[in-house]
Design a protein around this ligand. Structure first.
Ligand code: ACO
Length: 318
């Protein structure tokens, strides 16, 4: 081995660039890179000890059955990080490693049925998309969840896995549903129901108090090939509309929204509030009882409602 071969930089690979995620659809595969890999490969998002490293993490588009393939031109020594083993710790046990033919057999044998039931259908560019809702006591739902949860680490900053034994979680998954071809996974969101205390006065005044809930959107992902096409908007509006129609749900919140999610949420909330002509007749300065009434009516987080009021007033003053 010549001296330059010992240059650390020549044996260092960006884990974000080395990892190729593919979604195998009937007419070919979409391939894209993750945004984050630090939860898997460490803060520097670098893998040391390989030249020509390529990691392929592929998913069948309907069942999301995973396949992992790791290739490299050379390895510095046997002591460097085992990339395959490291990734497998974050993937379900059933993941097929290296053997593509076996992976295809497994997908065919399984003949996966989509979990839950479609709760909303929409069209974009002439294609039909459906949002399926399920819980983790649905065996296919649990399988799908365990297969797709790695996207939380790869696409949400500071994202972490949810407790898959907790049946309170609700999962909403978007699928492209062509009439003549197999369905294809687009994105998903997880939501949790927290019991909402109605306040001591209401609690003490009633003997038959109905349980009230606060819904929290925890994780929300549209896969890169489908981003910026309106899927996020459809998924968010579907979830919010369902909760607005449910008398037991009193508040809708979001856990640690990213900047991009804030933008999506602002646009959807503003459109909904403005459709309801929410500022009609309001007098400035806005009084506390009006805010409290509107927050309860629209089941919004108070800070988010105040943002929407400010944005609408700024827009009206232009
Ligand atoms: N930056 C700024 N604005 C954005 C972005 C972005 N990256 N993506 C979408 N928007 C805005 C658009 O302006 C759009 O408004 P418009 O249609 O009026 O122009 C609006 O949001 C809706 O766009 P969609 O196409 O419906 O959004 P998309 O399907 O791309 O989903 C999402 C947006 C969920 C943020 C997606 O880009 C994604 O999954 N990103 C990676 C993961 C992520 O950040 N998830 C949210 C983490 S926070 C949480 O999980 C609670």
């Amino acid at each position: 081995m010549s001296l330059p071969d010992y240059e650390p930089s020549s044996w260092t690979t960006s884990s974000n660039e080395a990892l190729h995620i593919s979604l195998a659809e009937p007419e070919g595969a979409f391939t894209f890179n993750p945004t984050f890999t630090y939860p898997i490969f460490g803060d520097s998002e670098q893998i040391f000890g390989y030249k020509g490293l390529r990691i392929d993490l592929a998913f069948d588009c309907r069942s999301m059955y995973p396949f992992l393939g790791v290739k490299y031109e050379s390895k510095l020594s046997e002591d460097v990080k085992d990339v395959e083993k490291t990734l497998l710790e974050f993937l379900p046990e059933e993941t097929v490693v290296k053997d593509e033919a076996l992976w295809l057999d497994k997908i065919e044998q399984e003949n996966f049925e989509l979990p839950g039931k479609p709760v909303y259908t929409y069209q974009i560019d002439g294609e039909t998309y459906k949002i399926f809702k399920f819980k983790l006591d649905d065996s296919n739902g649990l399988k799908l969840h365990l297969r797709i949860q790695i996207f939380v680490l790869l696409f949400i900053e500071a994202g972490s896995y949810i407790d898959s034994t907790d049946n309170v979680w609700e999962i909403y998954a978007i699928y492209k549903c062509p009439e003549d071809k197999k369905e294809s996974f687009v994105g998903f969101s997880t939501a949790y129901s927290h019991w909402k205390h109605p306040g001591t006065a209401a609690h003490d005044a009633s003997e038959t108090l109905e349980l009230q809930f606060r819904k929290k959107i925890s994780q929300f992902i549209v896969l890169p090939p489908y981003q910026s096409k309106g899927h996020g908007k459809n998924l968010y509006n579907c979830m919010v509309d369902e909760w607005l129609a449910d008398d037991k749900v009193k508040e809708i919140t979001v856990e640690d929204p990213s900047e991009a999610f804030d933008d999506l949420r602002d646009r959807c909330d503003l459109q909904r509030l403005n459709r309801a002509d929410f500022l009609n007749g309001v007098k400035l300065p806005i009084e506390e009882p009006w805010i409290e009434k509107q927050v309860a009516l629209h089941k919004m987080d108070r800070r988010q409602f105040e943002r929407c009021v400010e944005m609408t007033l700024l827009w009206m003053l232009q």
